[in-house]
Design a protein around this ligand. Structure first.
Ligand SMILES: [Zn+2]
Ligand SMILES: [Zn+2]
Length: 762
């Protein structure tokens, strides 16, 4: 049946979200061609606008198709279809857009190389074996962007002039590289080089063949990645792994591995359907997976999981084609606590004399980012480190966030900036106490402010006056004529972070368990049970205050906290307990700790879940001194017997939970020869049981039924699994964050949420 001309109308489709720099306009163009629709598409500051001629049904099916087949890395927030005054249009055009206001578009995170580009690397004459192949659907984004709008002159690709071939692809609307800003080929783009002590090459075939030989011999290389340098060696060569360990010095953090393929990874780790989706996603995070059997010593000693990722840069694929091994270690190229290195000179200075060679390239990394880390708990992904592939995509909220800067915590820092109703969270920054990391923080603040046209109106920070993030906003306030400041308690921010992430309003029952944060009473908190909303919180229960012998040192030396618990439980007799900890410690050290506690010298009071894990781990002889953050809790989790059903006793008295009865029972179990895995299993059960009991108590007093879990302790999968089952069976609704880490990296989102709520009522 022929269409009546009366049925043809004009419709306007508006799309908001992450729709630029991800191949959106060519996608719309091709779809309009397929559907034989006339009209145009245009980039605007706030998204993409389309005008089409067609019937109501055609327009509606076009809208649906946009939602269902949008480019992978795009993230559509809304698509609206509205009638528009009739306008006769011929053909379909991509219109040039003008930047007319301070409104900003979103910046795409870096995207793993796509299958089409990998096949171009085999078949396209000017891109055979060319490791900088990319298109509108894939390639570097955030790591190369200096400013908006996202055009080549605003990226570190500005140093390379497109050859006529690349330019013709860039300008051809039917080409996959239409307006692909980093478009490049072997005639015009960046190149890799290998710098060895005595020689240097930028011939790719020679580079690959030398690296193949070196890796086979167990050598370590530095490799420039997307967001920074990695250190690389054969994952199955014990000598290579131990050389890499010695380069990383004191740092005992588990190494991440990259496998050639999913099939190769499956030989070593268990992979569920959800985990497989994450491994293969364009974000290509490191996924924490349960290992099937121990891997090479030194990779992830005494842990039951491995951090695995799959190739995501064209160079990774080329390397695996050359290498004999199916798995390489790919760990951050930095010294512990320092930011990942991005400059060639720095990499040569720091690692040049220790590695066999440095594989680098002549394009600058502008925005540094680490590999993100994700795990799956109860079939749901949980982000542990939010960086490459995630940042700087905004977190969309329902709050008015404009002008609010949240400075974050100190140890696992990220900051947040509010724009409209969005929150732009920085990539993972790290421990600000480190000088270079603090510089990275300040520099990233400047860059985000410029890119996102941010003008601070309210500065939210941690209650701790000495955190560098707190000092930073104090300085910023003074410099800018006294921008208002708002201090927020650490554990309140933890709960608010999950509330905003999950879209919760009103009040919730909050469990905030972590290492530590300054409390409103001047003590160190770290296991807090509260009724919380954005405006306020009321602390109802917490772990019994214990002395933290040596202050900050005790955070890195679990044996100190163990001594504090033992002394509290059995008094002076602790020095005669038949524990490996006591046998191996110096008598003078033990006496010293006892004196410090007696005289309250350098023993701040702390109520921390993290330190309780430390104490139990040290009592069981698992870890006395941590070489990386949360080492003792992670190792305690790793040995736990999951089939164990027993629970230890504890006491709840005037809002404080005492674990002295538990510690005494653990000593008794040890005396009876019960193995540490059973004890650890029982310990995990005890915490889960305690949370359930407290949740029930708070529900009785408050009628609240929503339980929010936040803080680093809830990265413990055994604990979460047990808790979710227990709380669910008692009818509670349970909330953990989806879009931000549950650890201190998520704090800035909570600070910002509290800032937005308080400002509204100011
Ligand atoms: Zn591609
Ligand atoms: Zn070219």
């Amino acid at each position: 049946m022929a269409l009546d001309i009366q049925d043809i109308k004009t419709f306007k489709i508006q799309i908001a979200g992450l729709v630029q720099g991800v191949g959106f306009r060519p996608f719309i163009y091709r779809m309009a061609q397929e559907h034989k629709l006339s009209g145009w598409v245009e980039n605007r500051n706030d998204g993409v606008v389309i005008l089409i001629n067609g019937t109501r049904e055609e327009a509606e099916s076009f809208r649906k198709k946009i939602l269902h087949s949008a480019p992978l890395a795009s993230d559509i927030e809304t698509v609206t279809l509205t009638p528009h005054p009739f306008r006769k249009m011929q053909g379909f055009l991509i219109r040039n857009s003008e930047d007319v206001s301070e409104a900003i578009t979103e910046i795409s995170p870096d995207i793993a190389v796509c299958p089409d580009c990998l096949s171009d690397m085999k078949s396209q004459a000017h891109r055979i074996q060319y490791p900088f192949v990319n298109c509108t659907q894939c390639g570097p984004r955030f790591s190369i962007i200096r400013n908006l709008p996202y055009d080549r002159p605003h990226t570190t690709m500005d140093a390379f002039v497109m050859c006529p071939l690349c330019r013709s692809e860039f300008e051809d609307i039917s080409d996959r590289r239409f307006h692909a800003q980093p478009v490049a080929c072997k005639h015009c783009g960046p190149v890799y080089s290998l710098e060895e002590r005595e020689s240097r090459t930028d011939v790719l075939a020679e580079l690959l063949s030398r690296v193949r030989g070196g890796i086979k011999e167990g050598k370590v290389y530095a490799l420039k990645g997307l967001g920074g340098f990695h250190l690389m060696c054969d994952a199955f060569n014990e000598t290579a792994v131990s050389t890499l360990r010695s380069i990383k010095k004191r740092d005992g953090k588990p190494f991440a591995l990259m496998f050639r393929s999913l099939t190769d990874a499956k030989i070593h780790v268990e992979i569920s359907h959800e985990e497989e989706q994450l491994l293969l996603s364009w974000r290509r995070p490191i996924v924490l997976l349960k290992n099937k059997s121990p891997i090479t010593p030194g990779v992830a000693d005494d842990l039951s999981t491995l951090g695995i990722m799959l190739p995501y840069m064209p160079m990774h694929y080329l390397l695996f084609e050359a290498l004999d091994t199916n798995g390489i270690i790919l760990t951050s190229g930095n010294l512990s606590d320092e930011p990942i290195l991005i400059s060639n000179q720095e990499a040569i200075r720091q690692f040049g004399h220790q590695v066999e060679g440095i594989i680098t390239y002549n394009r600058e990394i502008y925005n540094r980012s680490d590999d993100s880390v994700v795990m799956v708990t109860k079939n749901k992904p949980q982000i542990l480190r939010r960086s490459k592939g995630y940042a700087p995509a905004p977190i969309r909220t329902y709050l008015k966030t404009e002008g609010i800067f949240a400075a974050g915590a100190e140890l696992v820092n990220s900051f947040s900036m509010g724009k409209g109703t969005h929150v732009f969270m920085s990539q993972y920054i790290g421990d600000l106490k480190n000088f270079e990391t603090y510089q990275f923080y300040q520099e990233t603040f400047e860059r985000f402010s410029r890119m996102f046209r941010f003008n601070p109106q309210l500065l939210v920070h941690d209650l701790h006056p000495d955190y560098l993030s707190t000092r930073f906003v104090n300085g910023l306030s003074v410099k800018n004529g006294g921008i208002p400041l708002l201090p927020v308690q650490h554990h309140h921010a933890h709960i608010a972070s999950v509330m905003l992430d999950q879209g919760l309003d009103g009040e919730v029952i909050g469990f905030s368990f972590d290492g530590l944060g300054l409390g409103t009473d001047g003590n160190l908190w770290g296991a807090e049970v509260m009724i919380a909303g954005y405006h306020d919180f009321k602390r109802l229960y917490h772990f019994e205050y214990m002395p933290l012998p040596g202050g900050d040192r005790a955070n890195r030396e679990p044996w100190r906290m163990a001594v504090a618990y033992l002394y509290a439980c059995v008094g002076d007799l602790f020095q005669e307990l038949p524990l490996p900890l006591i046998r191996e410690a110096k008598a003078a050290d033990l006496k010293n700790i006892r004196n410090m506690i007696d005289k309250s010298l350098n023993t701040p009071l702390i109520s921390s879940a993290g330190r309780l894990f430390d104490a139990v781990a040290a009592i069981l002889g698992i870890n006395y001194r941590a070489t990386y953050q949360a080492e003792a809790p992670m190792k305690l989790e790793a040995i736990a017997d999951r089939a164990e059903k027993g629970v230890y006793p504890y006491e709840i008295h005037q809002g404080q939970v005492s674990f002295r009865p538990m510690i005494c029972s653990i000593l008794q179990d040890l005396k009876e020869g019960i193995a540490p895995p059973k004890i650890s299993g029982k310990f995990h059960n005890t915490l889960a049981q305690l949370v359930l009991e407290l949740a029930i108590r708070v529900r009785k007093e408050s009628d609240l039924n929503r339980v929010v879990l936040s803080g680093g302790t809830f990265q413990n999968r055994i604990l979460i699994c047990k808790l979710v089952e227990l709380l669910f069976s008692e009818g509670f609704k349970i909330f953990l964050p989806d879009r931000v880490p549950v650890n201190d990296q998520g704090i800035a989102l909570g600070q910002l949420a509290i800032g937005a709520a308080m400002r509204k009522s100011m």
